[in-house]
Design a protein around this ligand. Sequence first.
Ligand code: ADP
Ligand code: MG
Length: 379
Amino acid sequence: MSAVSEIAARKEVIVCAGAGGVGKTTVAAAVGLRAAAEGKKVAVLTIDPARRLATSLGLKELGNDPSRVSPRRFSSAGIDMRGELYAMMLDTKSTFDEVVMRYAPSDEQAETILANRLYRNIAGTLSGTQEYMAMEKLYELHAAGGYDLIVIDTPPTRNALDFLDAPRRMTDFLDSRVLKWLILPYTRAGGGIFRMANAAATTFLRVVKRIVGSEVLQDTAEFFANLQGMYDGFKQRAREVAQLLQSDATSFIVVTSPAADSVAEATFFSSRLNEAGLPFGALVVNRVHPRLGDPIAVRPRVLQRLERGDGEERLLAKLLDNYEAFMRVVSLEEKNLAALARRVPKHCWVRVPYLEREAVDLPGLWAVSEQLFDGPADA
Ligand SMILES: Nc1ncnc2c1ncn2[C@@H]1O[C@H](COP(=O)(O)OP(=O)(O)O)[C@@H](O)[C@H]1O
Ligand SMILES: [Mg+2]
C-alpha cells in the first residue's frame, strides 16, 4: 500500500503542497479521482487547473462551490466510479466576498466594503489572499461535513512556505502599526466615518497623500477601517484553520520534481511542516525518469568498433549512447533527491514517472493515480 493510498483511505483532508509547476494540481485531482472511484464522496478544491483538465472535470460551468463531476464522464473514460467526485476551482474574489459578508458586523458595513474601489481592485490579487481564501474555503467545506474527503491544491506561490504563513501574515498586517496610523482619521464611530484631530497622524497622512493621491488614500483607509471590525473574526478563523491542519484528520502531500531547486524547496518545506506540527503524509516525486536497469558497461574499444560497423552495429552504438545519456539523467535526479532521502522516511516516498501524455484529461489523471496508489514501493 503506498503512502498516498494509505492517507487517502484514512484522512478527511489532504493538502497538496510544493513549488510552482511540480504537479500539485495534477496530484490533487488524481488523488481525489481515485478515492472517489474507490467509493468515497470526495471534493477536490483546485487552483488554476490547466484548461483541458478544468474541462474534463466539468469545472467550466462552476461557481464557488464544489459541483459533481457527471458520472457519464467516468464511464466514457472507462473509469469504474463507485463514489462521487465533486470539484471546484477556487475563486478568490468570490470567497473574499463571502468572508466579508460573514464577518462584517452589519450588512451596511459589508456593502461599504464590497463597493469600495480598492477592495474591488485588490480582493483577488492582494498578496496572500489566495492562500488565505483557499484555507477559508477548506475550513468551510470541512465544517459543513458533506464529504468523506477533501483534497486541496495550493496556490502557485513562488515559495511553498508562503502558503503556511498566509493566515498569520494577513492578521499581522491587519494588526500592523502602519495600518493603524493610516486608518486613524477614519476610525468608525456611530455608523459614520469621521476625522480625528490627531496632529501626528495628519502629518503622516499628508505625506502619504502626496505620494498616492487623496482619493486612493481615502479608499484605502476606508477599506481597512472597515476591515478592522472583522479582524477578530479573521483571527479566530485563522486559529481554527491552523487547528484543523494540525489535527489527525489532515495529512500533507509534498510534491516535488527531481530538479534541484524544487527538491531544495521540498526539503525545507518538510522540515517546516515538522516544526509547525503539521502532519506529513507522503512525498510525491513527480516526473522522475525511472532507472530502467543496471548501467551497461561497454568498453570504449568495442563502442568504437560498433560506430564504424555496418548499419545495425551503428544503430546499436547509438542506442547504447542514448541509454547512457538517459542513465546520466537518472543519476543526476537521484543525486538531487539524496538530501531529501536523508530526511523523509522511505515508506513516505511515491514516485510518478514522466508520463508520455499530459495529465489533462480523465484517462491521463487515472494513469497518474495508478502510479500514486499502486506504484512500486521504494526500493
Ligand atoms: N507525471 C507527469 N507526466 C507528464 N506530465 C505531467 C506529470 N505531472 C504533471 N504533468 C503536467 O505538467 C503540467 C503542470 O502540472 P500542474 O499539476 O498544473 O502543476 P502545479 O499545480 O504544481 O503548478 C500540467 O500540464 C500537467 O498535465
Ligand atoms: Mg496548480
